[in-house]
Design a protein around this ligand. Structure first.
Ligand code: ATR
Length: 287
């Protein structure tokens, strides 16, 4: 098959900035591996041009898009339909274009869940501590609340944690705790939690010596999921491993959100291992 033909279906990602995205290498490698006539491109779209970018999806008949910072929430009014979980979450990261009808999905949320499920971890009925109250926390809080999880949200800015907890508890009619992210609250919340999820940017490149949780609070039997994927092994994950906890890297969530988007656009199962290898290679070249 020639690389690009008149029949090639075009997908891509919109965001600003966009140059550090791992998605083009993951998707293009996956299309090639499956021998399907698709291509995936990065598009830098400024906030004030978002409406025109969505009009462009229709006008140019793109097959689908990933959507990243800063457009995950503000793009919603421009779409025709939302998947029910995306609707509850109020943020999307994937669009599929079916003959001009644009549907939004949140595969960050379902990708997070898949990364747990593939390790045999069923969140139903468990207690989960989530650090952070930004966009990523929102997607994860909603997907976990939908699965009947007891949630505590800890954030540096308490008001943001309270707002998110309020929204989740309203939608799912269950109590959600909101606390300030400090050592005392962490110690208390972690005493009764099976799973810890870091959605803050603490520990992310170039803050690689940072960690949101003192090592002494990490212990055997806990599951520690850091959604940061650069570096792949953050200080939090290293210290959790040393304490005997089970660890999951943000790389798994990154690959799963991509794999789920791939399935939505192509109808085919994504080659997960290949996408993961490509993301690791791209991350090694980044730093
Ligand atoms: P995302 O969409 O990736 O979740 P975001 O909306 O910018 O990004 O959220 C970043 C999260 O990291 C927030 O919870 C932020 O805490 P605040 O709401 O208090 O700002 C958290 N965060 C960033 N830097 C932090 C730091 N140095 N210490 C603790 N939390 C931090």
């Amino acid at each position: 098959m020639s690389l690009i033909s008149g029949k090639t279906k075009v997908c891509g990602i919109i965001g600003d900035p966009i140059e550090h995205t791992m998605s083009p290498v993951m998707h293009n490698a996956a299309f090639k591996k499956l021998g399907i006539d698709y291509v995936y491109l990065p598009f830098q779209v400024r906030k004030e041009e978002l409406d025109k970018a969505v009009a462009g999806v229709r006008a140019l008949n793109l097959r689908g898009l990933n959507v990243t910072i800063p457009h995950k929430v503000t793009i919603i009014p421009f779409l025709d339909r939302l998947d029910p979980l995306a609707e509850k979450t109020g943020a999307i990261n994937t669009i599929v274009n079916d003959d001009g009808v644009l549907t939004g999905y949140n595969t960050d949320a379902t990708g997070f869940l898949q990364a747990l499920l593939e390790r045999g971890i069923k969140p139903e009925g468990k207690s989960v501590v989530i650090l952070g109250a930004g966009g990523a926390s929102r997607a994860i809080s909603f997907v976990l609340a939908e699965r009947g999880v007891n949630l505590a949200i800890l954030n540096r800015n308490l008001t943001r944690a309270e707002e998110l907890a309020h929204r989740v508890s309203q939608v799912f009619n269950r109590e959600v705790n909101a606390l300030t992210l400090n050592e005392e609250n962490l110690a208390r919340a972690l005493a009764s939690a099976e799973i810890l999820v870091n959605t803050t940017s603490v520990g992310m490149f170039s803050d690689i010596d940072g960690t949101p949780v003192p090592a002494k609070l990490l212990k055997k039997g806990q599951i520690v999921f850091d959604i940061v994927y650069n570096p792949i092994k953050t200080r939090l994950l290293r210290e959790a491993e040393e304490a005997g906890a089970s660890t999951i890297s943000g790389l798994d969530m990154l690959v799963w959100q991509g794999a789920l988007a791939f399935k939505i656009w192509t109808g085919r199962e994504a080659p997960l291992e290949l996408m993961k290898e490509e993301a690791i290679k791209a991350l090694e070249n980044e730093n």
